[in-house]
Design a protein around this ligand. Structure first.
Ligand code: PEP
Ligand code: MG
Length: 584
């Protein structure tokens, strides 16, 4: 049995998304079936109970069919499992309790049924007895069926959490982060998740503080006071009043700091010490707190991850609503430009209520452009919407996860068809719109020379390029030490891509998290990269450093770094360069 933190406990974890939040915990246990909690009007309570009766009857019918078929095909012992489940499904006393509680709490049948199932199974789960554990499995199997037959099983959560709720759990998808944010969750303490996972990226872009710490969800009690310091990777469980006052003070100081620092930026694009202009742009996921400052400062958007529009909604948005969304972005950044990346779905980016895109090995599966080529109508709808919004000529199209020339050709063909659709409808658009690709898988980097000839620009996604080159899941904290963008293999692929782009005179930019990493900056400039797109919070520091860099000097640094054999040696060289630079 694991010890819960009942007294003050300072947990040193990994800082995932900066900022300070203070509130009370709500623990979401792994395997918890997330059933929406919906308030039911008194006049609809009878209907809710009838829905439950129907769902139970359907479950019993299904279980009988399975039992009879198992009996015929395999015989007695297996069929007995379903006999046990049938008894559970029809348990009169349990169902009576569920119905009484639906009426007393005026809540939906699924939510009450699920809560009572958990109340029954949680104590049994701690048992060492094999029979008890089997019973838990049977109860959960029946509950899944009843909840699924009840419908609304995947319904979006509608009840908001109390103000200042901080969620504690094993892991959360980006879709869940978005959905919980809508329900007023202000911070997260999570057991698993990498610094470069999409969960981390979306939390950072929404300025939601997150800390990860192994197995934390097993130790934190529900409804206790908690402080999350995402900047330093600290969580204080059951803090003292002194802690509370101290963090209130720190939060006041830190809160507006990022925004006011971006406001102080004067020269965009910044120049190196020897006058080389470097294009610094922002990565955005959703309309957020810094957009106005970015547009006011004419900071371009080098990567707009449009898939978050899908993740926030109920389904793929239609052409009209996408058009309005992209037009809004194009207008907000009217004086600069925006690179809209088409939906990069799959892997850890699916909606929490969408089972269709869940796979066993998703990072190697139906991700990015692959799923969009198969769902060509969804892709063309998005392209038409982008094109319609492109009349001001400040939008570009970026295709994610391209792994070879054939895929690129197919995507371009669909873009061409979308253009023809609009011409037929007499709808104006930017017919010269630039089309680029992400280079983020090794096969693309290795064939960059062929690919660059067929596009207008290149954007290097170091997050995925590192994951695929090093064969380390970017979400998996157990291999986080192997996930290293400074590994010579990753750097060689970046170099090949940059050289291919320069050879064919195509603009190349870096848009993974590495673009905002101070250590990598001299290396990129030394390699010849003139464009970097990063999390907006990094822009100020990067611009400040660019001004100190001499592009001739960093050329030699890059030559030396690229000849290194290990990531340790790369980092050592870059660190000693940085120490000298920061003193300037
Ligand atoms: C990348 O892979 O580096 C990238 C920018 O794309 P994303 O992080 O959205 O996968
Ligand atoms: Mg990527």
């Amino acid at each position: 049995m694991v010890n819960m933190y009942q007294k003050r406990k300072v947990v040193k974890g990994v800082p995932i998304s900066f900022g300070i939040v203070m509130g009370r915990t709500r623990v979401i246990l792994p395997g918890d079936i997330k059933v929406a909690e919906v308030a039911i009007a008194t006049s609809s309570l009878d209907n809710e109970i009838q829905r439950l009766d129907k769902a139970v009857a359907k479950t019993i019918e299904e279980l009988r069919l399975i039992r009879d078929s198992a009996d015929k095909k395999i015989g007695g012992p297996v069929a007995k499992i379903f006999d046990a489940q049938l008894l559970i499904a029809g348990d009169y006393e349990f169902l009576k309790q569920v119905k009484e509680q639906i009426i007393a709490e005026k809540r939906n049948a699924g939510f009450i049924y699920n809560s009572l199932v958990k109340k029954t199974t949680n104590p049994l789960k701690k048992s060492d007895d094999a029979y008890m554990r089997q019973t838990v499995q049977d109860i959960e199997a029946v509950a899944n069926k009843v909840l699924s037959n009840l419908g609304g099983y995947h319904k979006k959560p509608e009840v908001k959490f109390p103000a200042d709720t901080i969620l504690v759990g094993k892991s959360f998808t980006p879709g869940e982060i978005l959905s919980y944010r809508r329900r007023k969750v202000t911070g997260f303490l999570i057991g698993e998740g990498g610094r470069n996972s999409h969960m981390a990226l979306i939390a950072r872009s929404l300025l939601i503080p997150v800390v990860t710490s192994e197995k934390i969800w097993t130790r934190v009690p529900n409804n206790c006071r908690i402080i999350i310091d995402g900047t330093n990777g600290i969580a204080i469980i059951n803090p003292t009043d002194k802690d509370w006052t101290e963090y209130q003070r720190r939060r006041r100081r830190q809160g507006p700091a990022t925004i006011s620092r971006i406001k102080k930026l004067t020269q965009i694009p910044p120049q190196t010490a020897d006058g080389e202009e470097i294009n610094v742009a922002a990565n955005l996921e959703l309309p957020g707190p810094v957009d106005d400052i970015l547009s006011w400062k004419n900071i371009p958007v080098g990567l707009y991850r449009t898939e978050f529009l899908y993740l926030e909604g109920d389904d793929f948005p239609d052409e009209k609503s996408q058009y309005e969304y992209y037009r809004g972005i194009a207008e907000r950044f009217a004086r600069s430009e925006v690179v809209l990346r088409t939906f990069d779905l799959g892997s850890d980016k699916f909606r929490d209520n969408d089972d269709t895109i869940k796979e066993d090995n998703p990072a190697l599966g139906w991700r990015g452009i692959r799923s969009m080529l198969d769902m060509s109508e969804v892709f063309k709808t998005q392209i038409r919407a982008i094109l319609r919004a492109s009349v001001n000529r400040n939008l570009k199209i970026l295709l994610p996860m391209i792994s070879d020339v054939t895929e690129l050709e197919k995507a371009k063909k669909l873009i061409h068809q979308a253009m023809l659709d609009l011409r037929r409808r007499n709808v104006p658009f930017d017919s010269q719109i630039k089309i680029g690709i992400m280079i983020e898988v090794p096969s693309a980097a290795l064939t960059a020379e062929q690919l660059v000839q067929k596009v207008d620009f290149i954007s290097i996604g170091t997050n995925d390029l590192t994951q695929y080159t090093m064969s380390t899941d970017r979400n998996n904290f157990r291999v986080a030490n192997l996930y290293n963008s400074y590994h010579p293999s990753v750097l060689q692929l970046i170099k090949m891509t940059v050289e291919a782009s320069m050879k064919y005179n195509k603009p190349v930019s870096v848009c993974g998290e590495m673009a905002g990493d101070k250590l990598a900056l001299p290396l990129f400039i030394g390699m010849g990269v003139k464009s970097l797109s990063m999390n907006p919070t990094k822009i100020t520091d990067i611009c400040r450093l660019i001004k100190k860099i001499d592009s001739n000097l960093v050329y030699h640094l890059a030559v030396s770094v690229l000849s290194s054999q290990t990531a340790v040696s790369v980092t050592r060289k870059l660190q000693s360069f940085m120490t000298a630079l920061e003193k300037k």
